[in-house]
Design a protein around this ligand. Structure first.
Ligand code: GSH
Length: 95
């Protein structure tokens, strides 16, 4: 199922790095480019509230907040990312 959700901005280099990481791992992700949707600013406000993170990219794996680009690469390095990806108990995201 669809397990990875990336809130991104199309011009953001950190977002690009995260997209490339998941692609290189062969992981299919859902993505919302906040600069390309009408209500992107309100989505970003809600994201700040629920994740306490103001910046993009903002990554969730199986409904667990991973963080931004740095945190996602960290999680890849220390094995947490693979663990989160293996948790298929969560429901798919519907966007
Ligand atoms: N250290 C952060 C990470 O690892 O994700 C860098 C993220 C960052 O600086 N993102 C910029 C941002 O969100 C866009 S490239 N700026 C505020 C905004 O767009 O509202």
């Amino acid at each position: 199922g669809n397990r990875v959700m990336i809130f991104s901005k199309s011009y953001c280099p950190h977002s690009t790095r995260v997209k490339e990481l998941f692609s290189s791992l062969g992981v299919v992700y859902n993505i919302l480019e906040l600069d390309q949707v009408d209500d992107g600013a309100s989505v970003q406000e809600v994201l700040t509230e629920i994740s306490n993170q103001k910046t993009v990219p903002n990554i969730f794996v199986n409904k667990v907040h991973v963080g931004g680009c740095d945190r996602t690469f960290q999680a890849h390095q220390n094995g947490l990312l693979q663990k989160l990806l293996q948790d298929d108990s969560a429901h798919d995201y519907d966007l």
